[in-house]
Design a protein around this ligand. Structure first.
Ligand SMILES: [Zn+2]
Length: 449
């Protein structure tokens, strides 16, 4: 009944003499492209018996809506009512007995006073409305905005409605000599839908053409940043499936949407992420999608021979020579461990830094290791937290065996011993049990896409 909802609710707001069931009949038949006026008989002629009506195929109603219509009971009119001339009189009758809502669409250059003039309403009424407009919605009329006015036979404005956005309508009701205003908030509901696609060109373009927003694509790239490099790893023919929940008010999308589940199949390997009600994403087992770091890239804590210090002065020259890392005094050959999951981006020799290694951890973090004696990984290798990546040494400009360790956030060195490290806590207990039930449903939805 989605497509009826906007009209239904509008009808509920109207003090119409016609019971709602009759209006269903009118509404439906007008949908059959016959003119509305010709179909409305005097109320007494309406049948009081529910009848099912199918929408003819020629109307091209989408499949889903056809089903909704077919399963709903409508009140219909007898066949011989069609084409009768009287209905117009019936409309007049209704109009005469009850005030009628008027709609006015704000035009370029309109002000409230030009609108009131145009509708033949006294400006005194406008001032009373403005008095009641504490939130000053009437100051900001926008072209295209619809105003709803209920004017009675004495030309008194009984009610005035202005839609602020799809969710909110400000309603002014006549009260004594003036007006009272209130805000009506529409109820929204969420609908899930599955989207899928195959990588053809970039992930961004493929995902856009599958119906994902730029923000959602960014979110997905961030979610999988520890596992996949979207620019480099994704190949032609890789696939993705996404479940998105969207918010609707009266059948219209409010623009709010939430990713629920994502699956990417890269070279035959599946990567999945599911949203938990805490707003975070986890893998199918409830493990965090974030990858945490350990503080120290060594098996045992070792003495720090020189701390991170951006204002360190050279002992002889007195010039400021910042020390952008932490030095651990360790013997040559001590295993150096990856402090977090990542990809090796550099393993080279440098005149000052000696053998040095760089690991990128997702988009935001990078770690660097200087003066090494031996590399145990090469550029392009994926490494896991705790994996041996090198042996410490005394290469380059170094006054003794040590490991110089740098931690970069957005390409700037920070104190490795002080930096707030990303947490990697997964779900446990009840939360995990609930999450696993939800994952089962989402997997079904992913598969359906
Ligand atoms: Zn150092």
């Amino acid at each position: 009944m989605n497509f009826l909802r906007p009209i239904q609710s509008r009808l509920q707001d109207m003090p119409s003499p016609l019971p709602r069931r009759h209006l269903y009949g009118i509404l439906l038949l007008s949908g059959l492209t016959l003119t509305t006026a010709a179909l409305i008989p005097s109320p007494g002629e309406l049948m009081d018996r529910p009848v099912r009506i199918s929408i003819p195929a020629s109307l091209h109603v989408p499949q889903q809506q056809q089903e909704q219509v077919d399963s709903t009971e409508f009140y219909a009119l007898p066949d011989d009512d069609i084409g009768a001339a009287e209905p117009v009189d019936a409309l007049d009758e209704i109009a005469a007995s009850e005030p009628e809502w008027q709609e006015y669409v704000v035009q370029n250059g309109d002000t409230l006073s030009t609108i009131f003039n145009g509708l033949g309403l006294p400006l005194s009424t406008m001032y009373k409305l403005l008095d009641a407009d504490e939130n000053r919605v009437l100051d900001g009329l926008r072209p295209g905005q619809t105003l709803y006015l209920l004017i009675d036979e004495d030309n008194l404005l009984q009610e005035f409605k202005i839609q602020r956005d799809i969710m909110h309508t400000r309603i002014f009701s006549r009260s004594g000599e003036g007006y009272q205003s209130r805000l009506k908030t529409e109820e929204s509901h969420w609908e899930s839908r599955s989207l899928n696609g195959t990588i053809n060109g970039s992930f961004y373009l493929s995902a856009r053409s599958a119906g994902l927003s730029a923000g959602q694509i960014q979110k997905i790239a961030n979610l999988f940043q520890w596992q996949l490099n979207f620019a480099r790893d994704l190949r032609q023919g890789d696939t993705f499936r996404v479940v998105v929940k969207r918010e609707f008010v009266e059948g219209q999308n409010t623009g709010k949407a939430e990713l629920q589940a994502v699956e990417i199949v890269n070279s035959g390997r599946s990567y999945q992420a599911f949203r938990h009600e805490d707003g975070n994403f986890y893998d199918a087992e409830g493990n965090s999608m974030e990858r945490g770091f350990v503080r120290i890239p060594l098996k045992h804590h070792s003495r720090i021979s020189s701390s991170f210090n951006l204002h360190r002065k050279h002992p002889v020259t007195g010039r400021v020579r910042p020390h952008k890392g932490t030095d651990f005094a360790v013997p040559v050959g001590t295993p150096v461990l990856a402090p977090g999951d990542g990809v090796v981006v550099k393993a080279v020799h440098h005149r000052l830094a000696g053998n040095y290694l760089v690991i990128r951890h997702g988009r935001k973090y990078t770690t660097r290791f200087l003066h090494l004696s031996k590399f145990l990984v090469k550029p392009g290798d994926k490494v896991r937290r705790g994996q041996r990546i090198a042996l410490s040494g005394n290469t380059g400009r170094s006054t003794g065996p040590h490991l110089h360790y740098e931690f970069l956030v957005n390409n700037r060195q920070v104190d490795p011993m002080q930096v707030k490290l990303p947490m990697a806590e997964g779900l446990t207990g009840n939360a995990r049990q609930q999450f696993l039930v939800r994952v089962k449903q989402l997997k079904h939805q992913l598969a359906a896409g």
